[in-house]
Design a protein around this ligand. Structure first.
Ligand SMILES: *Cc1c(COP(=O)(O)O)cnc(C)c1O
Length: 390
């Protein structure tokens, strides 16, 4: 039903809805490929950012691999066209059935997050008489300078193996018969906008790599994870993130040896800007000091503001009245259920539509049916220009 709505006025869209700009997604994908392919970089799309079938089919068709963090994500990647040999599997808590599933499908690699996990993978691989290819996820102790809930690469973080434990990792690699070390993996966080962070990461990776080389365990793959940030403040200025600047940092600062391939796991930067959450104003309520616009979407459809105090730009395509200040809030019974605080918008009335931008990553995937909510609609557009105000 992709284009059916295209001639309907915005105000006729069923709300709340996610509207995906498929044209922008394709532009983003081809932008990444045109830079990554000549450098022989391989990009695995991180399914956890958005695992909508339509988006995944488009991404797999564009030749991307898949980065999964659960058994169900592996299933979903297979169903939507990602070849098993281009699927990697990360996560601190892989259950036995998930490891078995990955072994049965001969996926490319496990990104191992602890030595006990390596031992369990060995045990399951022995039972199936299979060789498990792994990368070890190392905690590089680089501060991503982003929100603390989405920082993953510093000490005392549950993710990755600390550098002090590398000698034991080497020992395990040598002694575990059904495990084959193929790569080194890091992922330091998400929504990283300070590109110097990636430079520090490259320099640290060079040290870690040298250590493995000295210990006679050279690796074929260096996987630097994801994390490239988006422009949430002014999405219209940067609908496609600056992948050129991003890849250039790795080209300049990371030592790749002959035969080595560099892998990325991009999530947010691939799908973030192509998704918009559209919601309708139900009521305008005057508080003592605050004017509330109460809308029909809530944290059940987009939890990022409630969870991380994340900022999303909000616009209205249906009002050109004089601007006023609003708190834009949802109907859910939680005080944290808001989309914007004290933001200026043209005067709103019941029935006006709001567009919440940059909602294509960690939006739909984190929806819930708290309060037994179940009304959410989806539209896919190949030509958003027909709605200049969206
Ligand atoms: C979340 C995650 C990613 C993707 O991060 P983005 O910030 O969305 O690019 C990549 N790799 C791993 C291991 C992750 O957990």
């Amino acid at each position: 039903m992709s284009n059916e709505w295209i001639n309907t006025p915005v105000s006729h869209l069923e709300t709340p809805c996610y509207l995906y700009d498929m044209d922008l997604l394709r532009k983003t994908l081809s932008g990444i490929s045109s830079l990554a392919n000549p450098l022989n970089y391989k990009v695995h799309y991180a399914l956890k950012a958005n695992s909508n079938d339509r988006l995944l089919q488009t991404i797999s068709q564009a030749g991307f691999g898949a980065d999964c963090v659960s058994g169900n994500e592996i299933q979903k990647a297979l169903q939507t066209g990602f070849p098993p040999e281009e699927i990697v599997f990360a996560g601190v808590g892989k259950a036995d059935w998930e490891i078995d599933l990955a072994l049965d499908h001969d996926i490319a690699m496990f990104n191992c997050e602890s030595i006990p996990e390596m031992e369990v993978i060995q045990e399951r691989a022995v039972k199936k008489n299979k060789m498990a290819r792994i990368a070890v996820r190392i905690n590089p102790e680089i501060d991503a300078k982003t929100h603390h809930y989405i920082t993953t690469g510093i000490e005392e973080n549950k993710f990755g193996i600390n550098r002090e434990d590398l000698p034991q990792v080497l020992k395990a690699c040598h002694s575990l018969s059904h495990i084959q070390l193929r790569g080194l993996h890091v992922h330091i966080g998400s929504q990283i906008t300070d590109l110097d962070v990636f430079k520090s990461l490259c320099l640290r990776m060079n040290e870690i790599q040298d250590y493995f080389r000295r210990e006679h365990l050279p690796v074929e793959h260096i996987n630097v994870g994801g994390g490239l940030g988006l422009n949430y403040e002014q999405p219209e200025k940067e609908p496609v993130p600056d992948f050129n600047a991003y890849f250039n940092i790795f080209k300049e600062f990371l030592d790749l040896h002959p035969g080595q391939q560099l892998h990325f796991e991009l999530g947010r930067s691939v799908t973030g800007q192509c998704g918009k959450l559209i919601t309708k104003v139900l009521y305008v309520k005057e508080g003592v000091n605050t004017r509330f616009a109460i809308v029909d979407a809530g944290m059940t459809e987009l939890i990022r503001p409630a969870l991380y105090q994340a900022y999303h730009k909000i616009t209205t395509p249906t009002s050109q009245r004089e601007p006023l200040k609003y708190d834009v809030v949802g109907p859910i019974c939680e005080s944290s259920d808001y989309f914007g605080k004290s933001i200026e918008l043209p005067e709103l009335r019941r029935g006006d539509m709001l567009v919440i931008h940059t909602a294509g990553a960690y939006g739909e995937v984190m929806r819930s049916n708290y309060n037994l909510r179940d009304h959410l609609y989806f539209y896919y557009s190949d030509d958003l220009n027909r709605f200049p105000k969206i």
